[in-house]
Ligand binder design. Structure first.
Ligand SMILES: [Zn+2]
Ligand SMILES: [Zn+2]
Length: 187
């Protein structure tokens, strides 16, 4: 039996996106729009480029401000509509870290990753999803399903918060003993 413990590396989504990647994404987006009888307008091009250059998770509002900051007049509705198109096209992905606000990240040209969210400080940790992708393919194959994507979020406490938390709430390596759940924080 091989060691089945996961060896997950923490990664950052923020990889430098080079012009070539942006160019390929643009071609993809242009074709996507053309197939649907939509035009590759200046606004859509600027939105795509702006989204591709953000190296963190972003809200629609941030894109709006960035585009306007570059001196381009753009409406809020256009930003939301274009983001929807970018998501449908597979260049941008929606991520839901809370119930409050949808975040986005550009996934084109990036390695697949999933997220861990700290309930206490809100820190978001990204990790390599290749093992999850393998598991996804296995589960899907067993159920004769063709998987295209998945959404996985691990919610808990980050290392710093575990240290800062009172004893008893700390996540210890499993000892096999049941842990009391009564002290779990309720928000
Ligand atoms: Zn991410
Ligand atoms: Zn934390």
């Amino acid at each position: 039996m091989e060691d089945s413990r996961p060896r997950l590396s923490l990664i950052r989504m923020a990889q430098a996106v080079n012009d070539e990647t942006i160019q390929t994404a643009e071609n993809l987006f242009r074709e996507y729009l053309r197939d649907r009888g939509l035009k590759y307008t200046d606004e859509r091009r600027i939105m795509l480029r702006t989204a591709m250059r953000v190296d963190e998770h972003f809200e629609a509002e941030q894109i709006l401000l960035a585009v306007r900051g570059a001196g381009i007049r753009i409406g809020k509705a256009t930003v939301y509509r274009t983001l929807k198109l970018l998501v449908a096209c597979g260049i941008v992905k929606e991520v839901h870290f809370s119930n409050k606000q949808v975040h986005y990240e550009h996934t084109y040209g990036q390695d697949p990753h999933d997220h861990m969210i700290c309930r206490r400080c809100g820190r978001i940790i990204e990790f390599d999803a290749s093992q999850v992708v393998r598991l996804r393919a296995q589960i899907a194959a067993e159920l004769r399903f063709h998987a295209l994507s998945h959404r996985l979020q691990i919610v808990g406490l980050c290392e710093a918060c575990v240290k800062a938390c009172p004893v008893g709430m700390q996540a210890r390596p499993s000892t096999g003993r049941p842990r009391r759940a009564s002290k779990a924080r309720r928000k």
